[in-house]
Design a protein around this ligand. Structure first.
Ligand code: HEC
Ligand code: HEC
Length: 459
């Protein structure tokens, strides 16, 4: 296993090799498996910096065999309180790396970019339950600033880790709900780097997007609003800068970033795991072409039945009308700081304007809760705005028992808790479920809605 990881790391470090030695190009199922493995292994710790965990955080103060037992013992806590994903007694996206002969716990991309839906584990799907704020609070508690590390390297690692922990534990920019990540932390890096105070404390709470199709999507723009100039490789490691990676170091691992982005382009969406009625789906496709394709495009498969990825369209906010808080966080000063940032050969903005991308809908069945802020639990509720629930629970959101096969998405469990970080409350700031409320959609009959949903399962 370690040898395999090492091989993949070597592959990732060589961009030309990574693309040219891919299995006989065209074998997309095999390419997908390689891309999924690469994503699960992906982390950017460099010179003891980046998203590093404190030295005493299990399982990394112990040898790996013991570590697995620790994970097994702590599974409930790791999944329930922090929303981490545990598969085969390992925390997905949490790595055991070496730095100056020390074990370092390193947070990798898959902590957020691998998820579960209807009980199926899907690398490349956003993690629906992750709670980085709770993680930071717990890590702070077990690592008081006064902790004494006799070893110089441990001390250095501890310092780097506490920087990362303090950033993601920032109370002002914390999200109110698990499953959401505050992109304000990334805006903060630009202000910090310029030595300025932030001019907006909007957290910018967004769900983690699915990564399949990113190879085409990045040509228009990265993120839900297309703000990032995705053809440049820098935005993908913005979290490493938040973690405390030095900007001067980024060019050293640039080939690895570029290779990773190329690899991600081979990810495929997961197939709907239950039966699909082809007659209903056929009727739904016609409705889709009439009502939705103008914004979300049309969907074709290649000769082997794999999806053809395309670029999404940008839609002004005045048209779609979903929650606007994340757009309000993008102030004129922030734009200026992005333009002038010290890594501006790698990190730049687009000028699409104020709005959201009409996401391509590949694998949409698995991407609930819907919209950039995850405010709508099912496809049915997307299509019927008058029946969008005011509150729903995100606890165990990726498990089979939370999957609603009829409405497709998260079931609304009336017995579940009423408040706390697992409850999505649409009356809260940044959590609005309004918008995407087009007249054509309201005119659909109930059976047309279910035909459309049947078609969406096929994408
Ligand atoms: C703490 C959770 C988290 C971690 C860790 C993380 N990401 Fe992300 N990522 C996000 C969120 C949230 C977004 C969406 C941001 C937005 O919409 O503004 C995102 C967006 C992206 C996008 C753009 C996707 C799109 O549809 O435009 C890419 C590419 C990406 N991440 C790559 C990475 C890579 C590579 C890593 C590892 C270095 C990584 N991410 C680590 C949460 C995370
Ligand atoms: C006028 C353009 C437009 C039309 C028409 C439209 N959409 Fe959308 N749709 C968008 C935009 C923009 C978003 C992103 C909104 C956001 O994230 O805040 C979106 C988001 C979605 C999402 C959530 C995607 C995700 O990743 O969470 C789904 C599902 C969806 N639309 C389905 C449909 C269906 C089905 C139809 C036809 C009945 C439709 N849309 C019609 C523009 C449109």
């Amino acid at each position: 296993m370690r040898l395999f990881s090492a091989l993949l790391a070597a592959l990732l470090a060589l961009p030309c090799l990574a693309s040219s030695s891919a299995p006989s190009s065209g074998d997309r199922a095999a390419e997908n498996i390689i891309a999924q493995k690469a994503l699960l292994d992906l982390q950017f710790m460099y010179e003891g910096r980046g998203m590093v965990a404190p030295p005493n955080l299990p399982p990394y103060r112990l040898d790996s065999a013991f570590g697995r037992r620790t994970v097994r013992a702590l599974k409930g806590l790791l999944q329930d309180d922090f929303g981490l994903i545990v598969e085969n007694d390992a925390v997905i996206g949490y790595h055991d790396e070496e730095y100056k002969d020390h074990h370092v716990g390193v947070v990798g991309c898959a902590v957020c970019h691998a998820g579960r839906a209807a009980g199926v584990f899907v690398p490349g799907l956003g993690n629906k339950t992750i709670d980085i704020f709770s993680l930071a609070q717990a890590a702070k508690k077990s690592n008081p600033a006064t902790v004494y590390w006799p070893d110089k390297v441990n001390r250095e690692l501890h310092e780097n880790a506490m920087h990362f922990i303090n950033e993601i534990g920032n109370e002002k920019l914390a999200t109110k709900t698990r499953g959401l990540i505050p992109i304000g932390l990334i805006r903060k890096w630009f202000f910090d780097t310029a030595g300025e105070k932030m001019d907006s404390d909007i957290p910018g709470s967004v769900k983690v997007p699915a990564l399949w199709g990113y190879g085409e999507k990045r040509k228009i723009g990265s993120f839900g609003d297309g703000f990032g100039r995705g053809v440049l490789p820098g935005w993908a490691i913005a979290v490493e800068l938040v973690g405390g990676q030095k900007e001067a170091n980024v060019h050293a691992f640039l080939p690895k970033i570029e290779a990773a982005e190329d690899a991600l382009a081979h990810l495929l969406p997961p197939k709907y795991p239950f039966a699909i009625d082809p007659v209903k789906a056929g009727r739904g496709e016609k409705l889709f072409v009439r009502n939705c394709a103008g914004c979300h495009g049309t969907y074709e498969v290649d000769s082997r039945g794999f999806p053809v990825f395309k670029e999404p369209l940008f839609i002004p906010h005045a048209v779609v009308g979903t929650d606007q808080a994340r757009l309000d966080g993008v102030t004129p000063r922030f734009r200026e700081l992005v333009r002038a940032n010290p890594l501006n050969d790698l990190i730049q903005a687009t000028d699409l304007g104020r709005g959201y991308l009409a996401q391509r809908l590949n694998g949409i069945w698995a991407r609930f809760p819907y919209f950039h802020n995850g405010s709508v639990p099912t496809l049915y509720a997307v299509l019927k705005p008058s029946e969008r629930p005011a509150k729903f629970s995100l606890r165990n959101a990726g498990e089979l028992e939370r999957f609603d096969q009829q409405k497709v998405g998260l079931n609304v469990d009336p017995k579940s808790e009423k408040s706390g970080r697992s409850v999505y409350d649409t009356s809260m700031f940044e959590h609005s479920n309004r918008g995407h409320d087009f007249a054509s959609m309201q005119a659909l009959t109930e059976s047309e809605r279910f035909d459309l949903i049947e078609y969406l399962k096929t994408l």
